[in-house]
Design a protein around this ligand. Structure first.
Ligand code: ZN
Length: 142
């Protein structure tokens, strides 16, 4: 089991072993965001949560070239597959600020989203497209 490391600004930095992640948490360099509760780590004296996602307590500046590219899977994993709007199981991602209004494909602007939340948006889009087609049709026959 590997652990995803988030920068203090929530952008993913790296994937490390859960042991290294635990050391960071114990040294208060990071906090656990999500843990695999079904598989705790059993140490010699006590049991620990097995971190699946941790966040650094201090912001780390890294060269742009080393940034992890934005991916659908990465966003879903960061948000632990929970819809940012209703907390249901997320299967897709959504732009907080829509692309049509200049929203970027960035870690900050993308959140996990479920189909229930996305569905009204899709329906609105389909209705819009259908209406545009009808308008065109009217123009042609007129
Ligand atoms: Zn939702």
């Amino acid at each position: 089991m590997r652990t995803l490391v988030l920068n203090a600004g929530y952008e993913p930095l790296a994937v490390i072993s859960f042991r290294r992640a635990l050391v960071l948490v114990m040294n208060q360099k990071a906090a656990i965001v999500a843990a695999d509760l079904e598989h705790p780590v059993t140490g010699s004296t006590s049991t620990y949560d097995r971190p699946s996602v941790i966040i650094l307590t201090r912001y780390v500046r890294i060269p742009h070239s080393r940034l992890v590219p934005v991916s659908r899977r990465g966003v879903l994993r960061r948000d632990a597959n929970r819809c940012a709007y209703c907390d249901r199981h997320a299967t897709t991602i959504d732009h907080v600020q829509p692309r049509s209004r200049g929203g970027e494909d960035s870690w900050e602007n993308l959140v996990a989203c479920c189909l229930f939340t996305e569905l009204p948006v899709l329906l609105a889009l389909l209705t819009f497209v259908a209406l545009r087609r009808m308008e065109k049709g009217v123009e042609v026959t007129a």
